[in-house]
Every structure is written in C-alpha cells, then in structure tokens.
Design a protein around this ligand. Structure first.
Ligand code: AMP
Length: 457
C-alpha cells in the first residue's frame, strides 16, 4: 500500500507545504482516514496523541475551506486549553499553503473581551473548549451557520470531563449538512450515543486491530484462611498496581478489609449494597477519577461497574461459581491491554479452584506467597478528589469548575482530571500534589460568580 500524500486528491500547494514540513509518508491513521474524510464521509477514528491525528483532521478540514468567506467554516472541540493551543498551532502550519486563513482559539479561563474582538474580525477555523464555545453561542458573539466541518478531538476525555450536554448544545446550532469527525483513544458508551445522535453513517477507522481476547495473567496463592487480609495487603503492596478491585464474599468482609487497608495506608473504600446512594456516588466517582487505589466490592455491588483500565483484580476469596470468577477477572486487561488477576485460596476452597481449572481447560499457576515483597510502603492514588457543595441544580457546568481552577494564573488543565456533576454536588479530581493549592483556589475564588463550600476528601 502506498502511503505518500501525493496519492491523495490534494492541491499542489498543500502537497508542497507538507513536503516543507517534512511530512513525506502518511502515518497509519492518516493513510486510513484521509481518503474517507476527503470524500466527505463522517468518521469515527481511534487514535491517540502522537499518531498524527491532528494533521489528519487538519488536512481534511482545510480542503473544502473558502478563504474569501470570513465566517467559521470549521470548529474543533478539545477537552483542554493546552490541547486546543497545540491543535491550533498544527492547523496554522498546515494552512500556510493557502492565503490568510485565520485560526482562532476560544478557551475558558481567559478574558472574554479580546475573544469577542477577534471574532468580530472573522475567523475561518475555531479551536476551543466546549464550555467557552457554548458561552459565545449564547451571547451571540459566535455563529455556526456556515460550518462545514466539526471535529471532536479526544472525545472520550471530553465525555470524562462531563461535556456531553455542552457538546450536544453546540452541535444543535450547526447546519445539519456538515461533516462530523470524531477522534478518540477509547470508546466508552457515550461515544456511541454521540455518534447515533449526531453522525451520518460514520465510517470507522482503527489503527491497530484490538485483540478480541485480552491477555490476563492469572496467579493463585495458597493462604492460611486466618491470614487472608495479611495476604491481601502483601499482594497490593508487592504489585503496586492500581486501579484495582478486590472482590470479597460478603459486605462484612468488604468493610473489614477496607478498614484494614486504610490502617495500612493503602488507599481503599468499600462498595456494597448497604451504602446510601450518595456514598455510592462518592466512592464510584473517586474510583473513576483515580483518587482511590483499591475498590473493595462484592460481586453484586460491582455489577454494571464499567471502569476501563483496571490493572489488577484481586480475589480475596474465590467464588463458588467458576463463571463468576471468569467474569471478575475479565474486568482487567480489556481492549488488548495485559491485566493481572490474583486469587487467594485457603485449603478449604480447593474445590472452587478445581472448578475454575476445569472450566478454563488449563492448569492454574500456583505461586508461593513468600515470594512477594512487602516493604511497608503506602499505596496512594495519583489524584485527589475535591467535592464542591453545588451541582446541576445550581446550574454548574464542568467548564465553570475547570475555568475556576485554570483561569488567570491558575493551574494547568493537564493537572485536572475528571469532573463529575450530580444534582447537589460536584467532584473534581486534581493531581495529588496540588490538592491544597486547588482547594484554596476554589475556596477563595468564585465559581460562575458565586462562592461554594469546597472540601478535600
Ligand atoms: P499528533 O498525534 O497530532 O499529536 O501528532 C504527532 C506529531 O507528528 C506532531 O508533531 C506532528 O507534527 C507530526 N506528524 C504528523 N503527521 C506527520 C507525518 N505524516 N509525517 C511526519 N510527522 C508527522
């Protein structure tokens, strides 16, 4: 398969510009997506940073652009200001081939005035974050009636940050006859929902075929039933993998293990049917935003739990049903990544192990617990959660919280993790090292012009 740009129906000026940029061969994502995008198809592409995705959609959105019409013809939505700046820079480089194409960034956390001034001068391409774009649309300072191309970049991350409703509101103000391009590293459920609602017969492109069967490494350790929790601590400290789920047999076992892990400075919380909805929301938000290392759960409580990227499943006690075991360990190692499943087995549970062996059709790997090192080091999560005493009912949006943290002289967008909004509260994750600074900033500053109570969890 030829992969030079010259095989594409691009203008001579664009081709020579690509050559001066040193882009000779197309990257795999470009080779697969550009022919489809240049034909005008909607596209869902699985692509990570570093794959050349920005040039892929950049070339595609520049192709139909009319330099003589000064309205917004292409809009790129990004999760953070840093990404928007990078994308705008790459598009400007690609646009050097054509005359005077104006690329404008519109992101939250910076003053409105200058953005309005720039918009009045006209811009062909706008790159921005959903919250701020939405505000410009509401104020009437931005119109999207002349839009040809809409790009959702890092769509999974935007959904993680709670931008679904903002994106939907923005798309509703664009012409129905537009090309929609969606780039995402992973495919959480919200992506399908966006595609079904807003895309027309999208073509799909994946750079590497994902392995249907992921590689899960299973290890079994024989333990003394009385020292089950000691063994669990040892496993967690030795492998130091997180996020992890530790499966227990009962609610009581969950509570006891969570308390023990807490005492051992291993970040953990129990999830079981006895929790109030509010506590359940809190535990799940913290686990999803990486501010909790170990979720200690019963099978029932973990049902429907869809957390991508679990690094470890720990079976604190084997289940009686081997099918349930297979289901438990399937939560690690999804989408072609390797995963680890560790099972602790007391002599009385030997029959359960045997049933698993029979179902799997191959022998279990037994290892000695003594081979695991426990140097007593705490296991802490990468992020810290802050909870704001305000939510949807206060008309708070994720962009407002992000803006309050990152605005003028604030924190970098890359230091902020997931934002989860509930009716009366919101959780935002920040890098652990800046939790105090972030807390102070939210307490002293305003969010959407109002003061809210904020605490660190
Ligand atoms: P991205 O995945 O969009 O962040 O791009 C990764 C890097 O690859 C950027 O620095 C681009 O300038 C560069 N790049 C994109 N396409 C090509 C290409 N066809 N050949 C060489 N470098 C490229």
């Amino acid at each position: 398969m030829t992969t030079t740009f010259a095989t594409l129906p691009l203008s001579a000026a664009m081709l020579s510009n690509l050559a001066t940029l040193g882009y000779e061969q197309m990257t795999p994502i470009q080779a697969q997506s550009l022919p489809l995008m240049l034909k005008g198809h909607d596209l869902i592409a699985q692509a990570k940073t570093g794959s050349g995705k920005t040039a892929a959609f950049g070339i595609a959105l520049l192709d139909p652009l009319n330099p003589r019409y000064f309205g917004c013809q292409a809009l790129v939505l990004c999760p953070t200001r840093e990404l928007a700046d990078q994308v705008a820079k790459e598009i400007r480089r690609l646009a050097r081939a054509a005359d005077h194409i104006k690329v404008l960034t519109l992101c939250g956390g910076v003053p409105f005035g200058p953005q309005i001034g720039s918009l009045e001068h006209g811009a062909h391409i706008i790159v921005g974050t959903p919250g701020r774009i939405q505000e410009h649309l509401r104020k009437g300072t931005l119109k999207l009636d002349g839009l040809n191309t809409l790009v959702l970049d890092e769509a999974d991350r935007m959904l993680d940050m709670g931008f679904y409703d903002s994106i939907a509101e923005i798309i509703e103000q664009t012409p129905a006859k537009r090309q929609t391009l969606l780039f995402s590293a992973t495919y959480p459920a919200g992506i399908e929902q966006l595609a079904a609602r807003f895309m027309k017969k999208p073509q799909r492109v994946e750079v590497e075929a994902q392995h249907a069967d992921s590689q899960i490494e299973q290890r079994f350790y024989e333990i003394d039933g009385k020292q089950r929790f000691d063994a669990a601590v040892r496993v967690l400290r030795h492998f130091r993998k997180q996020p992890a789920v530790a499966f227990c047999a009962t609610r009581q076992q969950c509570d006891e293990l969570a308390a023990r892990l807490d005492a051992e400075k291993i970040s953990a919380a129990a999830l079981h049917g006895d929790l109030e909805q509010r506590d359940r929301d809190q535990v799940l938000s913290m686990f999803a935003n990486r501010s909790l290392s170990v979720l200690v759960a019963t099978d029932v409580a973990a049902r429907g739990l869809d957390i991508a990227g679990l690094e470890l499943v720990l079976n604190v006690e084997l289940t009686r049903d081997p099918e349930v075991h297979i289901h438990r360990i399937g939560r690690t190692g999804r989408a072609g990544e390797s995963g680890l499943a560790v099972s602790l087995v007391a002599p009385a549970e030997a029959k359960r192990a045997q049933a698993i062996e029979e179902l799997q059709g191959n022998p279990l790997t037994w290892l000695p617990l003594g081979g695991l090192k426990d140097n007593g080091e705490p296991l802490l999560p990468p992020m810290h959660s802050l909870v704001i005493a305000g939510g949807r009912k206060d008309k708070l949006r994720p962009g407002d919280i992000l803006g309050a943290l990152t605005g003028e002289g604030g924190l970098a967008g890359t230091q902020i993790g997931k934002i989860a909004l509930f009716d009366y509260q919101a959780y935002v994750a920040v890098e652990r090292g800046i939790a105090q600074v972030a807390l102070q900033r939210l307490r002293e500053g305003k969010i959407k012009g109002r003061s809210f109570k904020v605490r660190a969890l």
